[in-house]
Design a protein around this ligand. Structure first.
Ligand code: PEP
Length: 250
């Protein structure tokens, strides 16, 4: 495990009714083990306010699942980073489900990361390859290009404030997690890419793994030198499994 403070992030996606989101947040806050990990939960937009009330005074931070790249204006259905900043410390940007379902490009994801930073939030910028790309031996080059687009969109002095989540698409929600060695290989390549832009920032940027992470496999990722935390989907929807993952982070 690295010296960087681990980050465990729960992505609740479009799940949970309001009462269930509030109950889950409360039981996570109540059961949080003492430890050094930063913990964040990312509910659907309408549940941010009720969940924030439950988390007040706890060590569990709130994150948004997305934000607009635009500050305001005629963007029906979008939510700006400045609107979220009062509630959220983190914003996920570029999740592969949004890249797939909303046709989000690498450039748009970079602009969203920049919008989150400008509003004072920490973007958790997601990158990751499809199975076809991996099978063709191009996973690292693919992910490097996605990282380059993020780095190109943000000011040089903000690089140290981003979080990158390496989430191979084929591992998300499939139960087929990447091997810790494969995930570490990509995380190491991401850190090297960041180091080309800013060697000091590369030492501080947290790189997460996401893709069927669970209580049983969490430690195997967290024990690698370049993976500093986990972005968790399915296993973040149950108090026990999420808290076991948090405990694995120390
Ligand atoms: C995710 O949606 O970011 C994710 C990693 O999901 P899961 O843990 O369910 O694979």
């Amino acid at each position: 495990m690295s010296a960087r403070v681990p980050l465990i992030a729960g992505n609740w996606k479009m799940n949970l009714e309001e009462w269930a989101a509030v109950e889950l947040a409360g039981s996570i806050a109540d059961g949080l083990p003492n430890g050094r990990a930063d913990v964040v939960v990312c509910p659907p937009f309408p549940w941010l306010t009720p969940v924030s009330a439950v988390l007040e005074g706890s060590r569990v931070a709130l994150g948004a699942q997305d934000c607009s790249d635009e500050p305001s204006g005629a963007y029906t259905g979008q939510v700006s980073a400045t609107m979220l900043n009062g509630l959220c410390r983190f914003a996920i940007v570029g999740h592969s489900e949004r890249r797939r379902d909303c046709c989000e490009s690498d450039e748009l994801v970079g602009r969203k990361a920049n919008a989150a930073l400008s509003a004072g939030m920490t973007p958790i910028a997601c990158v990751g390859e499809s199975l076809d790309v991996r099978d063709a031996g191009n996973a690292i080059a693919w992910v490097e290009a996605q990282v380059d687009a993020i780095l190109a969109a943000i000011p040089g002095d903000a690089i140290g404030r981003i979080v990158i989540a390496y989430e191979p698409i084929w591992a998300i929600g499939t139960g087929r997690s990447a091997s810790p060695d494969d995930a570490e290989e990509v995380a190491s390549a991401i850190r090297a890419r960041i180091a080309e832009a800013d060697p000091a920032a590369a030492e501080t940027v947290r790189i997460l793994y996401g893709g069927s992470a669970n209580a049983a496999n969490a430690a195997s990722y967290l024990d690698t030198p370049n993976i500093d935390g986990l972005l968790v989907g399915g296993a973040s929807l149950k108090t026990d499994s999420f808290l076991e993952i948090v405990a694995a982070a120390g």
